[in-house]
Design a protein around this ligand. Structure first.
Ligand SMILES: *[C@@H]1O[C@H](CO)[C@@H](O)[C@H](O)[C@H]1NC(C)=O
Ligand SMILES: *[C@@H]1O[C@H](CO)[C@@H](O)[C@H](O)[C@H]1NC(C)=O
Ligand SMILES: *[C@@H]1O[C@H](CO)[C@@H](O)[C@H](O)[C@H]1NC(C)=O
Ligand SMILES: *[C@@H]1O[C@H](CO)[C@@H](O)[C@H](O)[C@H]1NC(C)=O
Ligand SMILES: *[C@@H]1O[C@H](CO)[C@@H](O)[C@H](O)[C@H]1NC(C)=O
Ligand SMILES: *[C@@H]1O[C@H](CO)[C@@H](O)[C@H](O)[C@H]1NC(C)=O
Ligand SMILES: *[C@@H]1O[C@H](CO)[C@@H](O)[C@H](O)[C@H]1NC(C)=O
Ligand SMILES: *[C@@H]1O[C@H](CO)[C@@H](O)[C@H](O)[C@H]1NC(C)=O
Ligand SMILES: *[C@@H]1O[C@H](CO)[C@@H](O)[C@H](O)[C@H]1NC(C)=O
Ligand SMILES: *[C@@H]1O[C@H](CO)[C@@H](O)[C@H](O)[C@H]1NC(C)=O
Ligand SMILES: *[C@H]1O[C@H](CO)[C@@H](O)[C@H](O)[C@H]1NC(C)=O
Length: 554
């Protein structure tokens, strides 16, 4: 386009081209019209339009609360919604603007609430609907948004929907994925195919009442809903509307890549397909293209309640292209890839710092206009301190809160908690953040105060955007380093030593001569100047350095 325009301009500048000036003029006008109206993006020197103002979910930290083990308000040994209400001031103190609540819906709790028997009812162990409504009001009064978990893929086998479906009652008859199975010559009935559940064994469960198999991607007590059935989709939309009317600000959608299986249930999966989440092995039961139509339908329901409602999709084990499709359908795909790093099952065998760098590169490899997000811990995994090392916890919190996009913190990580794998334990309140808190926040340099400082630092526009400067290659494979800033404004260098040595000296002169430390995980460094050609970092130490503008000689 540019090349086509330039010769015309040149022609009109010559003195003896009056004869063809008219032609040039027409051509020029056409070019201007063309450039102005058809392809505004090639106008070269015109500055880009100012970025759209950020939505609330782009400006906040999301704080995940698992209500069952968070705070027990009535001493029955189980955390509850009133417990969450009691901690709302703590969230504000921390600098967290949005809370994501793990499921609190009626459930037999065979999968810790991820087996819902009634989507629109509060389970009695957590309280009642009045408590939830009060939570919404109290949170909103403090400017805190509430995101709730939504488990659309399957219900509990104790759901009224499933009970009606196994009796073949309309409209619930085809609400689930039923199959008569295959009758062998010797009279034995077997499942229709070899599909396996994520947890264990065949994904097909024989149901005596209906005399058919039902499909369950997870536990046998979690029959999958049949999203090819229009009535199911309508019922689920009603559930979304129910909570939107209660004022919820968004949903985190569980296990969404599993929403559909291939329509032809006679298809066996490739041999060798095992349990688990490997996307390459489960090509018929995961990541089906129909998912995005459903996500779009949900997006439009949310938009009916205001365009700023947030849709966060849990998407473990999806290919990169699918990530783009989730964005395009109006959701934000949760980027999980930092979580397994450093652990026993880490997919990355390099140093922790190199693995983080590589994974962060993937995390921000999205189109402009798409908003990144990062998370390092959640309810499905041991604590960061246990997986990656307690000595790195503060630096990892620093990384999470200084990366571009929206960070999600699993509750307790701001205290550097560890040992919290509660799965399979009898109901109790293992964490009692209350008792940790006064001790923690009274101590200067505690994980909590560092977290609070970071939460405040990331309010700076230099951090609240989707841009990151990642150096080419690794300057040092034990030190994670990246730059943050606005296009024309302040710039910051984030650095963390994630290696094993007690300390590390490095030359970061490619970032400038010197800078002022605005955040440090260790006491005593804050507000000091550092010479970037000779920085010493102790093990697990993280710094955020305000880079000094280098004065150019005129
Ligand atoms: C500790 O945190 C509570 C909020 O949970 C706050 O009210 C209190 O002022 C904090 N104490 C200190 C010493 O920062
Ligand atoms: C809900 O529970 C609260 C206690 O948390 C109680 O005061 C209230 O009466 C209950 N509301 C209903 C409708 O049961
Ligand atoms: C869910 O619970 C609500 C309130 O108790 C009730 O009105 C509704 O019928 C229940 N829905 C199902 C599907 O059981
Ligand atoms: C499954 O079996 C029932 C009888 O138990 C029969 O009515 C139904 O047509 C069968 N479905 C299919 C798809 O063959
Ligand atoms: C029927 O055949 C299948 C497959 O060969 C076998 O696994 C099963 O045990 C047989 N059932 C009976 C009752 O013989
Ligand atoms: C639900 O499934 C579990 C596990 O398979 C089973 O123990 C329970 O009896 C089932 N409940 C109903 C109502 O079918
Ligand atoms: C970014 O993702 C695309 C796929 O969407 C891939 O082709 C490309 O190689 C990735 N770029 C980097 C730098 O990883
Ligand atoms: C620290 O050293 C141990 C043992 O050599 C190694 O397994 C671990 O990966 C190292 N940790 C980091 C963060 O490099
Ligand atoms: C740091 O690296 C730069 C560029 O490679 C080099 O010019 C400088 O001498 C180094 N400084 C020190 C103190 O090693
Ligand atoms: C870097 O600083 C340390 C002290 O922090 C000093 O011992 C060392 O000599 C310095 N190295 C260079 C190359 O200036
Ligand atoms: C979700 O439901 C579909 C059937 O509609 C099933 O294929 C998939 O495995 C289920 N996923 C989960 C996580 O339950």
């Amino acid at each position: 386009m540019d090349k086509a325009i330039k010769p015309k301009v040149g022609c009109c500048q010559r003195p003896i081209c009056t004869g063809i000036l008219f032609v040039c003029l027409i051509g020029g006008i056409a070019a201007v019209v063309c450039v102005t109206f058809l392809s505004p993006d090639v106008r070269g020197p015109t500055p880009p339009p100012p970025p759209a103002p950020l939505e609330w979910w782009q400006k906040t930290i999301i704080y995940q609360v698992y209500p069952r083990s968070f705070k027990d308000s009535n001493d029955d040994g189980v955390g509850d919604l009133r417990g969450v209400i009691e901690k709302l001031d703590y969230f504000r103190y921390l600098g967290v603007g949005a809370v994501w609540l793990s499921p609190f819906f009626t459930s037999p709790m065979r999968d810790f609430g991820y087996d819902v028997s009634n989507y629109t009812e509060v389970d009695a162990i957590f309280g009642n609907m009045t408590d939830f409504e009060e939570l919404m009001t109290e949170a909103h009064e403090r400017g805190i948004k509430i995101i709730i978990d939504f488990v659309p893929n399957h219900t509990s086998n104790e759901s009224a929907w499933f009970e009606a479906s196994r009796r073949s009652e309309e409209p619930y008859k085809d609400f689930y994925v039923w199959n008569n199975g295959t009758l062998l010559e010797n009279g034995t009935r077997v499942p229709p195919n070899n599909w396996k559940s994520v947890f264990e064994g065949t994904a097909w469960q024989w149901d005596e009442a209906r005399q058919a198999y039902y499909y369950h991607a997870f536990l046998a007590s979690q029959p999958d809903l049949n999203y090819r059935n229009h009535a199911v989709r309508e019922h689920i939309k009603e559930v979304l509307k129910f909570w939107l009317q209660k004022g919820v600000d968004g949903f985190r959608i569980d296990a969404i890549p599993h929403l559909f299986e291939i329509e032809d249930q006679s298809m066996d999966e490739p041999l060798g397909a095992t349990n688990g989440f490997d996307p390459n092995l489960h090509k018929y039961i995961k990541n089906q293209p129909e998912i995005f139509d459903v996500v779009r339908e949900w997006r439009s329901i949310l938009d009916g309640f205001g365009g700023d409602r947030f849709l966060l999709a849990e998407t473990v084990g999806i290919p990169q292209e699918a990530r783009m499709q989730y964005y395009e359908a109006g959701s934000v795909p949760f980027f999980f890839d930092l979580i397994p790093l450093g652990g026993k099952a880490s997919p990355c065998t390099k140093s922790l710092a190199s693995c983080f760098m590589e994974t962060i590169r993937d995390g921000v490899n999205i189109s402009s206009g798409q908003w990144p997000n990062f998370v390092i811990g959640n309810h499905d995994n041991p604590r960061i301190a246990d997986r990656m090392g307690i000595q790195y916890v503060d630096a990892l919190n620093m990384i999470l809160l200084t990366l571009p996009g929206t960070p999600t913190t699993y509750y307790g990580e701001e205290l550097g908690m560890h040992g919290g794998d509660y799965r399979g334990l009898p109901p109790k309140d293992p964490y009692a953040i209350t008792s940790n808190n006064p001790k923690e926040n009274a101590t200067e340099g505690s994980s909590l105060l560092l977290y609070k400082e970071l939460a405040s630092l990331r309010q700076n526009p230099a951090f609240m955007n989707s841009k990151i400067d990642i150096p080419d290659g690794d300057l040092n494979e034990q030190v994670l380093m990246y730059g943050r800033g606005t296009t024309r404004g302040e710039r910051y260098l984030v650095m963390a030593f994630l290696g094993n040595a007690t300390s590390k000296q490095l030359n970061a002169s490619s970032w400038g001569l010197q800078g002022k430390v605005v955040f440090a995980t260790k006491l005593g460094r804050r507000d000091h100047m550092v010479k970037l050609n000779n920085v010493t970092l102790n093990q697990g130490e993280g710094l955020v350095v305000h880079l000094e503008e280098v004065e150019l000689q005129a």
